[in-house]
Design a protein around this ligand. Structure first.
Ligand SMILES: C[S@@+](CC[C@H](N)C(=O)[O-])C[C@H]1O[C@@H](n2cnc3c(N)ncnc32)[C@H](O)[C@@H]1O
Ligand SMILES: [Zn+2]
Length: 315
């Protein structure tokens, strides 16, 4: 299958990175290589490190970038990008891009088990390693499953679904995506089944986030990205749901916070200076036109910041 992903907020992302032809860039989520290719095309003496944890994505991105000797394609988690950049002698960097989440290819390839539309083994591992969604639904307690569905899916029927999963697996292990989707459908009230959207959407999102440790990796990835940036370098992050966006927003706000002394203090005694500056106050969302063309991008948000020189932060 062809690895296809139509990158969301594409022009805005490339613009936000302010690519210099001689700069060094990291694409932490190379996927099908759409953004990576656009970066590579803008480089002359510069370099690109294209990272993904998915071996299929690495093959696709490698193929797409094969004409570009400036690009190194490397399989790792973006939470380890600092080590990867050091390994290839690419420090410090001028820009990092994180286009978080699953690619269309991963969603559309039934074999990967991300989708509740087609029947496939219940997998959901982006890296194709470690514990799968199948392992989780067949081994965790009802309480643990409920907690995952609530925390990562914001699923209000978490308890009913978790109990039903545990009851179903007593008869036979839950092996496939459609088996799970059916169990969820049966557990939610009829009113939920009548609402638009699949009743298993939040359950699948929650399991996917848990299987891939997505929120923890994002948090670590943001710190790794910030640590490799040179002063003036930019970090651009695109997220696809509010749980991820909250993490990015908070971390960027923290970097951008200067003095935290009470306002009635005559002078600053905390000595805190902002380490970064936001490029867009509230982030960017897709245009109406893009949302119509690509329904998957509805909740996408782009946030970007620029690392400041140590002496640059305003008092
Ligand atoms: C939305 S797609 C990126 C698409 C890409 N920007 C393009 O233009 O084709 C997200 C990609 O990030 C990868 N990914 C997600 N979390 C990751 C992580 N923690 N480390 C490395 N890759 C990750 C996924 O495997 C997936 O291929
Ligand atoms: Zn202060």
């Amino acid at each position: 299958m062809e690895f296809y992903h139509k990158p969301v907020l594409f022009d805005e992302t490339i613009e936000s990175l302010k690519i210099q032809p001689d700069g060094i860039y990291i694409d932490g989520t190379a996927g099908g290589g759409g953004h990576s290719l656009a970066i590579a095309k803008r480089l002359t003496t510069g370099k690109l490190l294209a990272i993904d944890q998915d071996p299929d994505a690495i093959r696709a991105a490698g193929d797409r970038l094969k004409e570009y000797p400036c690009a190194t394609v490397y399989r790792t988690n973006f939470s380890e990008m600092d080590k990867a950049a050091e390994k290839f002698g690419l420090l410090p960097v001028d820009g990092v891009l994180l286009d978080i989440g699953v690619s269309s290819f991963q969603l559309d390839n039934p074999e990967r088990g991300f989708s509740y539309h087609t029947d496939a083994p219940l997998d959901m591992r982006m890296s194709r390693e470690g514990v799968s969604a199948r392992d989780l639904v067949n081994t965790l307690s009802a309480r643990e499953l409920e907690e995952i569905l609530r925390r990562y899916g914001e699923e209000s029927n978490a308890r009913r679904i978790a109990v039903r999963i545990v009851r179903a697996r007593e008869k036979a292990p839950i092996e496939t995506t459609l088996q799970l989707a059916e169990i969820v459908k049966e557990s939610v009230p009829a009113a939920v089944r009548r609402k638009p959207g699949h009743p298993a959407r939040k359950t699948f999102q929650a399991l996917r986030i848990k299987v891939n440790g997505e929120l923890d990796r994002l948090s670590e990835g943001l710190d790794a990205a910030f640590s490799v940036l040179r002063p003036g370098g930019r970090l651009v992050v695109i997220t696809f749901h509010s749980l991820e966006d909250r993490i990015v927003k908070k971390r960027m706000a923290d970097w951008c916070t200067g003095c935290i002394c009470p306002p009635d203090f005559p002078v600053c005694i905390c000595g805190r200076k902002p380490k970064a500056e936001l490029i867009y106050k509230k982030g960017l969302v897709p245009t109406k036109k893009e949302m119509e063309e690509n329904p998957r991008c509805h909740s996408a948000r782009l946030r970007a910041c620029k690392k400041l020189k140590e002496t640059e932060g305003a008092d």
